[in-house]
Ligand binder design. Sequence first.
Ligand code: ATP
Ligand code: MG
Length: 332
Amino acid sequence: MIKKRILTGDTPTGKLHIGHYLGTLENRVKLQHTFDTYIILANIHAYANYYQKSEKINEDVYNVFLDNLAVGIDPKIATIFLESGIPELYELYGIFLTMVKHSRVIRNPSVKEEILYKKLDPSVGFIVYPILQAADILGFNADLVPVGEDQLPVIEQTREIAKDFNQAFGETFVVPEAKVGRVARLVGTDGKLKMSKSGGNAILLSDDEKALRQKVMSIYTDPDRIHKTDAGKVEGNPVFIYHDAFNPNKVEVEDLKSRYKVGKVGDIEVKEKLFIALNDFLTPIRERRRYYEKRPEEAKEILIEGTKRARKVVVEVVERVREKTGINKLIK
Ligand code: ATP
Ligand code: MG
């Protein structure tokens, strides 16, 4: 039986965090056994954020690569690759750029939101990043795209491009589905709507115990609760959102919540227990990361081989696009 295909990935703008885990990495790890899985290290997307920082981007590519391996992506069954190693993706991007209306691009809510929280004077490449992302996804004819909620408008735009192309040139692309994780959008440690690697409000998958403790202890909680005897709000409180997501001891979480609501537990105890739960969650992830950190040659080989394997898939799809459009007919 032919396996259905997954394309997913991250922009290397920093190390990955627990929001990525809940939004998409957890699904990647689970689904890699049943789907033919491709994971993109989207370095051109990072260029669209800040092309001048190419050194930093390379560093971040490597970190995001290790983060994926660390959470349990098995390079023997899933393929991790570097976006810029597949120039055919640019070719597809170029064709899609000719198809999408300017008015459609500038009303994409994902792009608008990101421009605001990153305080960007955005490059043209940034504004049209959903079109590059469409090329990344459709270049693999992916069936499923595990993403966080903030990316849903981008997947919607990808689906439109697939349909428009199919209508113009005949059935070519699978129209992909998005798959959102257990927590669609994890709140930041500062209480802001989205934990984000560019936002400085993230608990990283690679944080050591010391950094983790310091971050957990400074998580924003209920701002109206001054003393530990004040009744506190549990709903929407980042500390409890993280407890719900990462503390496997549900009885403990319920106990903390009920005491918090009536002013019978202090922030310190709630945070100390969260620290323990998160630290247990991160321990095996840190270990796998260390395994690859100690074996850079093995890691590099995985990336080189992965990029070659991924490119073969895209080359086939792009060849079909050339035939369907007849774009190179006159020089054949
Ligand atoms: P940046 O701020 O540079 O955009 P990011 O933290 O949003 O970085 P991306 O590389 O853009 O990370 O996103 C990678 C994947 O992780 C996407 O599928 C995105 O939807 C998901 N994701 C990012 N942040 C969260 C979050 N806070 N909760 C759930 N999923 C998230
Ligand atoms: Mg993002």
